[in-house]
Every structure is written in structure tokens, then in C-alpha cells.
Write a protein of this length. Structure first.
Length: 298
């Protein structure tokens, strides 16, 4: 008897959807990352989800600065920094300024699988987590902003004063300019050590004829919101990379004094107005008067 032919779907295809994605699952035992659907399916920019997934997949201690992320992704600094800010606002990312035993201040980045976690409860060691375990919140040090050179102290140029050893040795005019920056932007609070580092660069600007008000404008205009590093890093970068503003123009020579103009007087003879220091007769009346006297004398 011949086999019966049927156009009915097989049992394997009976439950398959007619549209949309069809998952082909593979059980992973290593090199995988566990993500919450709330993060993986977050609405909005794909860059934000991509940056979050990439950071979540990194071992603890991997740098996640803007420069490091831009080296991995093709997106530029603006999109990457915007993604970090939105992840921070959503609670997946936290950046803390912490003081090291050496006295230096670093920014540590905490990434949370679920917003609202407590980094003190992280049982992971400093090394990479075991691949078979779900990923825990990670922490990584990073330095921003980009370019990364903004973290470096200003390098004295030829002829620039050497960096003073203490605040008392720094140029008081430069220190006064640096201390006044917080009046323009309350975030620009500098420590004594940072002011000592920045003072030589400010002294160079002052020696070039740039006024303190021009220096203040150049250092405070268009600052990022929020800061991604210590204010001293941004100020050091601007002092080193910003072209020196043009010094104020030299004052013009004083104009010569204009001669005094005599006031108007009323002629005692013809009552016409004329200019003279004192009241009397105008030129014509004086001429007629002199002519009459001469004729009378003749």
C-alpha cells in the first residue's frame, strides 16, 4: 500500500509563530553574561543598551572611561557620554569620587544589574568573576573627560615658572584668580595642592598680558554638565590647550584739550549777539566808534 501524502505541518512546526523572531537556544556554560530584561529591552537609544551590555560583560577592574569606550565602539564621545549619563540617571551606573590612601582622588564606577543595589554587599573579589556564575555589580576606576590628557598636570613651557612646592611660593595673583573661579561656578572648588599645580599656567597667561577677567571667562565658559572629573583636570586641560586670549588693547592717547569757547554777549550798541569774554560792543560797533573818534579828532 502506498504511503499517504499529507500537506499538514510537522509537530515541530506546529507551534512556531508565523511572524517575529524565532529563538534557537544554546545552553552556555562559560563566557556569558546574565542581564535583566528591563535593561536588555530598554526603550530608547540602542547606544545606551549597547554600552550597558558591554560594561556588564567586562571583568571587574576593566577601564570604562569615555576614551576606553570610544576605542571599542564606533560612536563618538558625545553619544557615549550621553549614554553614560542616561544609565546613571536610570540607576544602572554610579560614579563616586573616592580618596586613595596616597591622597589622590579617583572616580570609581559601579554598574548595577538591577538599579538600587548596594556595592558593599558585592561578594566578588577584585579579579574577574567565575564564568559559570551570574554577574554581580562591578566596579572599575576610570578617568574622564576626553581627551584623557585632561587629567595630566600642565607641563611648563620654556620660560614658564616652575611649579611651586607650596601655596606660599605660588604667584599670589594666580592663586587669587583660581580662588575666584568658584564665584562664577560653585563647582570649581580647588584644593591647595591643585591650586599650586595650576598657578604656573595662570602666571604665564598673566605675563602674556591677559587680564584676570579674561582668564576667568576662558576657564568657566561652556563647562560640561555634569563634571565627569575633578575640576582641576578640566582647568588644567583648558590652561594647556586653549590659545591665549588677546590682551586688552592699549589705551588711546588722551585727546588734546579743546580751547575754551567765549560765551555769547549782547552788543551794547546794536544789541546783536557776539562771543566775547566780557560784555561790551561787537566788532562792527567798535569799528564805527573808533572811526567816529578819529573823524572828530581830525
Amino acid at each position: 500500500m502506498a504511503d499517504s501524502q499529507s500537506s499538514a505541518r510537522s509537530r515541530a512546526d506546529a507551534g512556531a509563530p508565523t511572524a517575529g523572531v524565532i529563538h534557537v537556544r544554546t545552553r552556555l556554560t562559560a563566557d556569558f553574561t546574565v542581564l535583566a530584561n528591563a535593561l536588555a529591552q530598554r526603550r530608547g537609544s540602542a547606544v545606551i543598551v549597547g554600552v550597558a551590555v558591554y560594561i556588564a560583560s567586562l571583568p571587574t577592574g576593566t577601564p570604562v572611561s569615555i576614551a576606553a569606550l570610544c576605542g571599542h565602539f564606533t560612536e563618538g564621545e558625545i553619544l557615549v557620554s550621553r549614554a553614560l549619563r542616561e544609565l546613571e540617571a536610570a540607576g544602572y551606573l554610579e560614579r563616586r569620587r573616592e580618596r586613595l590612601p596616597t591622597g589622590q582622588i579617583r572616580t570609581r564606577t559601579y554598574f548595577y544589574d538591577v538599579p538600587g543595589g548596594d556595592p558593599r554587599r558585592d561578594p566578588d573579589p577584585d579579579g574577574p568573576p567565575k564564568p559559570s556564575r551570574p554577574r554581580k555589580p562591578s566596579a572599575a576606576e576610570h578617568a574622564v573627560p576626553s581627551p584623557a590628557a585632561a587629567q595630566a598636570a600642565p607641563v611648563p613651557a620654556p620660560g614658564q615658572p616652575e611649579e611651586p612646592a607650596a601655596l606660599a611660593d605660588a604667584d599670589p595673583r594666580a592663586v587669587a584668580v583660581l580662588a575666584s573661579l568658584r564665584r562664577v561656578d560653585s563647582r570649581l572648588v580647588l584644593s591647595e595642592r591643585e591650586a599650586v599645580r595650576l598657578a604656573p599656567a595662570v602666571t604665564t597667561w598673566l605675563a602674556a598680558g591677559v587680564s584676570p577677567s579674561q582668564i576667568t571667562t576662558a576657564l568657566t565658559a561652556g563647562l560640561p554638565v555634569p563634571f565627569l572629573t575633578r575640576p582641576a583636570g578640566i582647568l588644567a586641560f583648558r590652561l594647556r590647550e586653549t590659545p591665549l586670549p588677546a590682551p586688552p588693547p592699549a589705551p588711546l592717547p588722551p585727546l588734546p584739550a579743546r580751547p575754551a569757547v567765549p560765551p555769547f554777549q549782547t552788543c551794547d550798541g546794536c544789541e546783536r549777539a557776539f562771543r566775547a569774554p566780557e560784555a561790551g560792543r561787537c566788532r562792527d560797533c567798535r569799528g564805527h566808534l573808533v572811526g567816529g573818534l578819529l573823524r572828530a579828532a581830525g
